[in-house]
Design a protein. Structure first.
Length: 264
């Protein structure tokens, strides 16, 4: 699709001069209608004049409609970029706090965490600002996130990560969409439960769909405040996948399930 370009000053001036000329000619025709009406070829000239006016009006409408649509599109892109910049900052703060405590206790583990964390930060800063990334990149990012969490906890947790994208490995999606839901599973499940915590994560790519499903247990007696992450995700999906996404969640006893489907 071709990008709409704003008319430059010279073009705008020419268009205004042309419209003024049409208006002046129209005024002359109205004032001297009786005189011009007797001239040979006046009817043909009048037809050509009104045809030119119609074309000019349609052109003006076309330019203004394109301008309005372009401004709306730019506004949506700006809002989307702002939402993407809000993704996942407190995770890095938490990891840095953990690193501070590990430096003296287990320097080798701290070094490994630093390498993993730096790769995640690189992805979040550089790839996360792009309009689309490959699904494999997003899958790898989630995997690094899971490995970091496994390293930071001193308790036993069960995390099952099932990925099936071989048939559609070249599909592209918006970056940092899945991490919000994955992060919520850790935040409201693993971090709250003392033992027997589990998270099941599945990412499947079909012919024209990408499906993320997450299931985790949680403590129903612990009430956590609703964060901005989920609302952020809903806004990004509305802007990036209008009428091409489905986000469902439900609770079964002490298990929380969420399913995100993207049409790609």
């Amino acid at each position: 699709m071709m990008n709409f370009k704003f008319p430059n000053k010279k073009t705008i001036l020419s268009m205004r001069t042309f419209r003024i000329a049409l208006a002046v000619i129209g005024l002359i025709i109205v004032v001297f209608n009786d005189t011009f009406g007797k001239l040979e070829g006046f009817i043909e000239f009048l037809f050509l004049y009104f045809l030119t006016v119609c074309v000019a009006v349609f052109h003006w409408l076309f330019i203004n409609i394109k301008l309005i649509l372009n401004l709306k599109n730019e506004k949506a892109k700006t809002e989307l970029a702002h939402l993407q910049s809000q993704v996942n900052p407190h995770f890095f703060f938490n990891m840095l706090n953990n690193l501070y405590g590990l430096i003296d206790k287990d320097s080798e583990k701290a070094k490994k965490l630093i390498l993993e964390l730096s790769e995640m930060m690189r992805y979040s800063i550089y790839e996360g600002q792009k309009e689309y990334v490959s699904l494999q990149q997003e899958v790898d990012f989630i995997n690094n996130y899971i490995e970091l969490h496994k390293m930071r906890y001193h308790k036993s947790i069960s995390v099952h990560y099932d990925v099936r994208i071989e048939e559609n490995e070249h599909v592209k999606i918006m970056p940092l969409l899945f991490i919000i839901l994955v992060e919520n599973a850790f935040k409201h499940g693993v971090e709250v439960l003392k033992d027997h915590a589990f998270i099941n994560i599945a990412i499947h790519a079909l012919q024209n769909e990408v499906i993320l499903q997450i299931e985790n247990n949680f403590d129903i007696e612990v009430h956590t405040k609703k964060g901005i992450g989920l609302e952020n995700l809903k806004k990004r999906l509305t802007l990036g996948y209008p009428k091409k996404h489905s986000l469902k969640n439900w609770i079964n006893n002490d298990n929380y399930k969420v399913k995100l489907t993207l049409t790609v």
